[in-house]
Design a protein around this ligand. Sequence first.
Ligand code: ADP
Length: 398
Amino acid sequence: MYMIINSGSSSIKFKLFSTDKDEKIITEGIAERIGIDGRLVINYQNEEHKFEDKMNDHNIAVEMILKKLLSLKIIENYNQIETVGSRVVHGGEQIKESVVITPETKEIIKKCIKLAPLHNPGALVAIEAFEKIIPNVLQVAAFDTSFHQSLAPEQYLYPVPNSWYDKYEVRKYGFHGISYKYICEHFGKVFKKDVKKLNLVICHLGNGSSVCCVKNGVSFDTTMGFTPLAGLMMGTRSGDIDSSVIEYMVKETNSDVFKITQILNKESGLLGVSEVSSDMRDITAAASQNNSKAQKAFEMYTQRVAQTIVQYLNNLDREKIDGIVFTAGIGENSNIVRQAIIDKINIVNLEIDNKKNLEKYDDFKEISSTKSEIKIYAFRTNEEQMILNDIKKLKKNK
Ligand code: ADP
């Protein structure tokens, strides 16, 4: 069995896959409120099993997950888990693709804690917990940053003193890379195109949102930056704003940089503007009821994505553009958001086919009309599948 885990700052999501050819999901679940009180939910054979036990850290959470898998008889022993694949947010500049966990790769994850202080520690503790509980299990890490290591200095450097980069590693890293890589490989597979020749603008619109310009199969530019706070407006994140606002608001509210940055991360974006919710479903529902703040949030969100698409299309060779792809929670599901974004693009003749935009789909669908100059698609992303694919590749090369 393959165990794929995704550690957040206070949660661990997991999916257990069979090692059979069809790689079906045996069970999935989430350990959450780690360090607060602790709740574990495991879905198995259409039943939800809930446990409320204190989980002080990610180490205890992993122990709990494995113990409950045993007690629910989902696994008979830990050795049935032959590989663990972890999503790690930050791999810095050294890591350009998924890696087998070794003392050296763990050291790199550790070194990147200062760049991703909320996410990398949990991932590392979880990896070490699996090491302890299932000695010799093969562990692989896939990184959100690695897909963007192809960015050129013009793209990744900020116009600040060189020493900020040379001494302090301040640069654009970009995130959502596992999702972007999956979309590229899957797009190549379904349309039988060489991934190395793909030219796409991919909009990963979830609670965290970003856009990536893929040129010749690699990331050419992306909107998130040194941290995921940069770029588009998101569920609770502001995205790009004038950085002087921080100093100004510190003074005006007699606050500190930490608190203001916290507000920009947790209380801004759709939530801050709409004062309704960070969830796009609530925003579109409130907007349709003429809630003016929700309407404003919706306009601001879709405008920013539209502007980015235009900017990123301009990086690509017109004749070689394979499409614009919408993915992640909002991109996959909200026909209203997709329509509003495309409606805001005037410089290129893009058109959505209403009927196709509304159609239900499993994996992907084209949503552009025959008149559209560039094809437009909705694709379901699958980060776990991407990690699985990387595991298999690494196993083959071992
Ligand atoms: P993340 O992984 O960043 O937490 P997701 O990719 O799961 O986020 O996306 C969450 C977002 O997707 C939420 O804003 C949610 O409202 C939105 N979403 C999910 N389903 C729909 C839907 N049917 N229509 C509109 N938005 C949706």
